[in-house]
Every structure is written in structure tokens, then in C-alpha cells.
Design a protein around this ligand. Structure first.
Ligand code: SF4
Length: 710
């Protein structure tokens, strides 16, 4: 038997396969870290179909974080000004169940909230849905995917009748034209980019277009970089559509047979002439025409996007406008073509499958649909009407619910909102008002732990066996390869125990995570994400499987919609007709710059893991602000000088990086630094919570700021 255990990288949604083994001679000093913990060996899994043995620096160094800054015991305190005291699990569970019951019977179930995470395995997500949406009768479960992918979810549902990225990674190596918008793939999804870039380099006829206000490493590799003004994505996309239509590149047969609402869309794009669009986006007409020509002349066009599109007050409209281009040119349902969202968290996809957002139910069902509610109630053995017909509180609603006193208990798990939420000062003030906050995490300290009344130690990656789904719908079993430290428990076990102590013994009688998964997949039967043919054992012996994978299936389903039938009531994909609205907070004379933010190659989100890995810390030692030389000269800012950045909500300080990589009028800061890591360099001290009306995803990507040299 191999000494290596197969698992998955727990960082980004690329979902690279890993193999992990204990140190060859664990007692040898060189095989132990400074605290005496064994150093595990990690390598890429060559047999994993998504990554083929490749890993980036995050995956390669992940084992170094296993024993650093772990939370080992349940801890409680009566108020936030007290020290935590260690308690037994029994005492912690008693306190939690008693507080849940009190809130439930005094304020009602709608005062209970859980804010979860794309770091959850599918079993964790599913158990939490059953506890909150089923047993407790509130849909107040939302996850950090709300800040990440909810616009993609809403866009897919509105255009195709269902969520679910239609493409697969193989398409990266089959396309004629890759259109990357709002994604710095080279740094944020490195192994996807490796595959695309290698193919692009070898095939000179293949075109790569990158749309980004920054000249990122991704843009450096492109044939055409469109550095559009922030907030003008829809102008650009409608402008490309205008030219495709004018030049006769549209597929009228496909439009007639497979889509609806094209006339309304055609009426909108009529207004986006090249002259208007070039002016609006601040690009040349020639570049716009080149982009349209690359798209129109290609047999197979693949578009990729990420947070630059989703984190917007018109995020759903942007996603649908990307999809429109695919629909008008029939670039979907075939190899090398289609709209493809790149997921942020490693199992945000599993979250969507299990109903892990406040408006969803398991199996790609929605809370508002009475039939969907009834199906889940019957399956869970609940009385009809037990699942609330109202979508629950979203991530930001939970913050405003704390402000108004409507939230009586907040349970946060595997995420760090005291760094990642918009408008951080307001967020922190709201967290301080929480009557009772449970914080469940593998790590301590984190910025959010400071706002908790109860800390629950969670087993992390490698310490529990469960399933994750990556961006291409590839389901992988992440096998445990070591015991959780001290008293840490798997998230699903914690949720199940609370459920049993609340009296739902039958509902949570799971002996192990394989049983949880086996129950969950039954709820996907005959749904778009049918996984009834997948179980833990099969994943262990057969390897990763792509859904849909119905019971009895022999093959993976690489692409969706190959039959050109969609999940809408009439089977047609719907065009969305949108005029551009621009930024929710455009620059003005008082706040003349647009601040955008993003991630760096080595770091992951709020640095809970990567901040403790020496190699990554030395790659990215400190935060910075990118400023164009022209703006720097106007303000008298020189390289490395400290700059105070102010928005209407807060301020932060960053050393200047004067560079032509950023467009004039726009500045960029990385989002990884919270209060634990740098003084006053929190990107989200500046951002605002204005959200997309459909996806309720906040516009974290842009706000108006002023710059003051210090
Ligand atoms: Fe992990 Fe993403 Fe890097 Fe792959 S690309 S090794 S999933 S961080």
C-alpha cells in the first residue's frame, strides 16, 4: 500500500490533487519543525485529472501550516472584555444548545444565524443546512461564497435555469480564443493558468484577451490587454456584441432554436457603438475591434472570470452579459467553448450543491420554490411547512441584523469576517454588539476570535475525511491522513452533536462522514447536479468524478448543455438585456481615485494559514498600494513612501509602489492584511457594502478614495 494519502489542496477552487505522507523518519530532528511537530511531505497527485501533478506555492507549502496556531480546546467567556477559559466539550455544547433554545423561543428561529465557509467539506455544509434550514426552521445560513461567487450563481440560474459551470479544464487546451475578464488567473488560480498559458505558448494561432484595469501577470501573457476603466465591463461586453452583430458573426440558427429574449438584448446593444464604448471604457476603438474580431473569427471561445466580475453591484448583469456573447455566437456545449466561472474557495461548489447560501436548498433547489421545500421536508422527515419560505439573511444582512438587534445568536465557522467583510469599522462595531457569537475554526488567534463568546476547535484539512468539488465540477475525496490535534472535531460532527442535543437524534444519527455524504447525494437525484452515482468508497478507489453522475453512470460528464437544452421551463437559454450602470461609488472631486483590490500569488485570503509560512511571508512581506507614475507625480508621492488612503468609511496606510501596471486614476491594494498582520493596512476598512440586487454580493472590488502622502 502506498505511504501517500490522496487528498485535495484546501486553498483555491482550482482543486489540485495532492498526495501527503508522514516524514520518512519522524524522529529525526530534520524531519520536525521548531516545535517538534513532524513535517509532512506533500506532492502533486499526477493521477488527479484537474491538476495532473501540478501545484503552486500554496499547495506545495500547505503542510507547514498543519500545526501552527491551532485552536485545541473549546473555550468560553461571558463577555468580550474577559479572558477565555478552557471548558469541556460537554460544557460548550450545553451552553450552545441552551442559548439556541433561549433565542429560538424568545426572538424566534429567524434570530439564529450561521456564517459558514467554502473551506467546509460537503458533509459539513450538508449537516449545517439540515440543522438550520430543516430542524431549526430558519434559512439564515450564508457562507463566504456570498462575497465570492453568488453573482455567478445568480447569472447561471437566470440564463440557464440552473447553477453549474458548463465547462471543464480540458477546454483550456482546446479553445481558439480565451477571454479572461475580471480574473488575475496567473496569481489567483495558478494551475488553471499554467495549463492555459502552456497551450497558448505552443499554439500561436490561439488568442488570449485579458480585461483588467491592472497589467497583471495574467495580462502580461495576453495577445490583447484591455485596461478598461473600472466599472465599464458591461459597456465593453455590449460593445463587443454590437460589433459581432454588425459584422455578421452571430449564429441566428442557434439563437432561434435554443434561446429566448434576443430581441430585447439586440435593442440594448444597438446603443453600444465602438465610439461610445471606447470613450466609456477608455480604450481605443482598434483594441475593441480586435477583441470582437478575435471572438468572431474563433471556432471555439472560452471565457473565464472571477471576483473582478462577481464582486460588483451589477455582478449578475455582468455574468449574464458574458453569457450573452456565448449565446449569440453559439459558443457553448462544445469542446473549448463556454462561459466558465473560476471559483474562489476550494469547496464553494460543494456549498452550492448542498444549498449553502441563504436562498438555496440542497440539490440546486431554491427556498422560494414550494415544491423544492416540500421535497426536502419529505426527505428529511419534517412536517410540511417546517422550512421557511423566506430566503435567509445574507452575509451582510447578518451584520445589519446585529446592528438592529434582530440577530440573537451568530455562529461563524471557518471564515474570518473581521478582515474579509466590507466596511470593516462598521462590521467590527456590529460584531461587538452581538449578544452571543460562537466562532468555530482550526486556528487561533484570528481577527474574528476577538469578537467571540465561544471558541470551538475544528479539525482542518487532512484531519477529517470528506468531499470537495472544484470549479470544473470534479468531486474529490479528501482523505484524513492524521488525527485532529487535542480536542478538535470535524465541523459536521459539531453540528450533528448540537442537533442531537436539541432533540433531533434521528436526523443526526450519522456514524461517519460517508453516511452524511450518502444521505446528501440522494437529494441530488434527478436534479441538474445529480450525484447519486458517487460515494466515498467509489471516490477512494476510482478517483475523482465529475458531476452530473447519476447512479449507474459509466462516464464523467465533462461539459453541460452539449444537447443545447437548458434547465429553463422552455429548455431555452435566456438572453439578459442590461445597460451599464457603472460603479456604485464612482470617483468625484473629494474622492478622486478608484481603489481596487485583489490577491497575490502566495497568500490566501486573510493569511490565517499563509501568514505563518516563512517562504510565503518572504515572497510578500508587506502590503502596498500601486499608483500610476502620473498620479504619484501630481500628488508628490515617491516609491515606498507611506500613503494614507481615505474613503467615506475609513482609512488605511500603505507604502507606495509607483508603477505603470495600474491605470491612471485607479489604485490597487492587496486584500490579505488584517489587524493581526499589519497596523492600519486593512483594504476593507475602505470598501462599501453596496450589493448586486440579484446576487446580494457586495461590490468589494471598487470604491472611491483620496490619497494623502504621509
Ligand atoms: Fe492549491 Fe489552487 Fe495552488 Fe492548486 S492552484 S495548488 S488548488 S492554491
Amino acid at each position: 500500500m502506498s505511504e501517500f494519502t490522496k487528498t485535495l489542496c484546501p486553498y483555491c477552487g482550482v482543486g489540485c490533487g495532492l498526495e501527503v505522507s508522514p516524514p520518512a523518519q519522524p524522529n529525526k530532528a530534520t524531519n520536525r519543525d521548531s516545535k517538534g511537530n513532524p513535517i509532512w511531505r506533500v506532492r502533486g497527485d499526477k493521477a488527479h485529472p484537474s491538476s495532473q501533478g501540478m501545484v503552486c506555492v500554496k499547495g506545495a507549502t500547505i503542510a507547514e501550516s498543519l500545526d501552527k496556531n491551532r485552536l485545541h480546546y473549546p473555550m468560553i467567556r461571558d463577555s468580550l472584555d474577559q479572558e477565555f477559559r478552557q471548558v469541556s466539550w460537554d460544557e460548550a455544547f450545553d451552553l450552545i444548545t441552551q442559548r439556541i433554545q433561549t433565542v429560538r423561543f424568545t426572538q424566534g428561529p429567524e434570530a439564529l444565524c450561521m456564517y459558514g465557509s467554502g473551506q467546509f467539506q460537503t458533509e459539513d455544509y450538508y449537516t449545517a443546512q439540515k440543522l438550520f434550514k430543516g430542524c431549526l426552521g430558519t434559512n439564515n445560513f450564508d457562507a463566504n461564497s456570498r462575497l465570492c461567487m453568488s453573482s455567478a450563481v445568480a447569472g447561471y440560474i437566470q440564463s440557464f435555469g440552473s447553477d453549474g459551470p458548463p465547462c471543464c479544464y480540458e477546454d483550456l487546451e482546446l479553445t481558439d480564443c480565451a477571454f479572461l475578464i475580471g480574473t488575475n488567473t496567473a496569481e489567483c488560480h495558478p494551475i488553471v493558468f499554467n495549463r492555459l498559458e502552456k497551450y497558448h505558448r505552443k499554439n500561436r494561432k490561439v488568442k488570449m484577451i485579458v480585461v483588467d484595469p491592472r497589467r497583471t501577470p495574467t495580462a502580461e501573457a495576453a495577445d490583447l490587454h484591455l485596461a478598461i476603466r473600472p466599472g465599464t465591463d458591461i459597456d465593453l461586453l455590449n460593445g463587443i456584441a454590437h460589433l459581432l452583430m454588425r459584422w455578421g458573426y452571430i449564429d441566428t440558427l442557434f439563437i432561434d432554436d435554443c434561446t429566448s429574449n434576443f430581441p430585447a438584448y439586440a435593442e440594448v446593444i444597438r446603443h453600444y457603438s465602438p465610439e461610445v464604448v471606447a470613450r466609456q471604457c477608455d480604450i481605443s476603438i482598434e483594441d475593441l475591434e480586435t477583441a470582437a474580431r478575435y471572438w468572431g473569427e474563433s471556432q471555439r471561445v472560452l471565457s473565464l472570470w472571477s471576483m473582478g466580475v462577481n464582486q460588483s453591484s451589477e455582478g449578475t448583469a455582468k455574468v449574464r452579459t458574458i453569457i450573452n456573447l456565448h449565446l449569440m455566437t453559439a459558443q457553448i456545449g462544445k469542446p473549448g467553448a463556454g462561459p466558465f466561472s473560476l471559483t474562489g474557495q476550494p469547496n464553494a461548489m460543494g456549498g452550492r450543491e448542498t444549498g449553502g447560501l441563504a436562498h438555496l436548498l440542497p440539490g440546486y433547489r431554491v427556498v422560494k420554490n414550494p415544491q423544492h421545500r416540500a421535497e426536502v421536508e419529505d426527505f428529511w422527515g419534517l412536517k410540511r411547512g417546517q422550512i421557511s419560505p423566506n430566503p435567509g439573511l445574507t452575509a451582510w444582512d447578518m451584520i445589519t441584523g446585529l446592528e438592529t438587534g434582530d440577530v440573537g445568536l451568530l455562529w461563524i465557522a471557518a471564515t474570518n469576517p473581521a478582515v474579509s467583510m466590507p466596511d470593516l469599522e462598521r462590521t467590527k462595531k456590529a460584531l461587538l454588539r452581538s449578544p452571543f457569537t460562537i466562532y468555530q475554526d482550526a486556528y487561533y488567534p484570528t481577527e474574528t476570535a476577538a469578537y467571540a463568546h465561544v471558541l470551538l476547535p475544528a479539525a482542518q484539512w487532512g484531519e477529517k475525511t470528506g468531499v470537495m468539488t472544484n470549479s470544473e465540477r470534479m468531486v474529490t475525496l479528501c482523505q484524513a491522513f492524521r488525527q485532529p490535534p487535542r480536542e478538535a472535531k470535524a465541523d459536521w460532527e459539531i453540528f450533528a452533536e448540537v442537533g442531537r442535543r436539541l432533540g433531533f437524534t434521528k436526523e443526526f444519527a450519522f456514524a461517519n462522514s460517508a453516511e452524511v455524504y450518502a444521505e446528501f447525494v440522494q437529494l441530488t437525484g434527478d436534479r441538474p447536479c445529480d450525484m447519486t452515482g458517487i460515494n466515498h468508497e467509489q471516490l477512494q478507489y476510482q478517483g475523482p468524478i465529475q458531476w452530473p453522475h447519476k447512479e449507474g453512470s459509466k462516464r464523467d460528464t465533462k461539459r453541460l448543455y452539449t444537447d443545447l437544452r437548458f434547465h429553463t421551463s422552455d429548455g431555452r437559454a435566456r438572453f439578459g438585456a442590461y445597460y451599464s450602470k457603472g460603479l456604485a461609488e464612482p470617483p468625484d472631486p473629494n474622492y478622486p481615485f478608484v481603489l481596487t483590490n485583489g490577491r497575490l500569488y502566495g497568500h490566501w485570503h486573510t493569511q490565517t494559514r499563509t501568514g505563518r509560512i516563512e517562504k510565503i511571508r518572504s515572497m510578500h512581506p508587506e502590503p502596498f498600494i500601486e499608483i500610476h507614475p502620473r498620479d504619484a507625480a501630481t500628488l508628490g508621492i515617491i516609491d515606498k513612501q507611506l500613503v494614507e488612503v481615505r474613503s467615506r468609511r475609513g482609512k488605511a496606510n500603505f507604502p507606495a509602489k509607483v508603477t505603470k501596471a495600474i491605470a491612471p486614476g485607479t489604485v490597487f491594494v492587496p486584500m490579505h492584511w488584517g489587524a493581526l498582520w499589519a497596523k492600519d493596512a486593512e483594504a476593507n476598512a475602505l470598501t462599501h457594502p453596496e450589493s448586486c440586487p440579484d446576487s446580494l454580493q457586495p461590490e468589494l472590488k471598487a470604491c472611491a478614495v483620496q490619497l494623502i502622502p504621509v
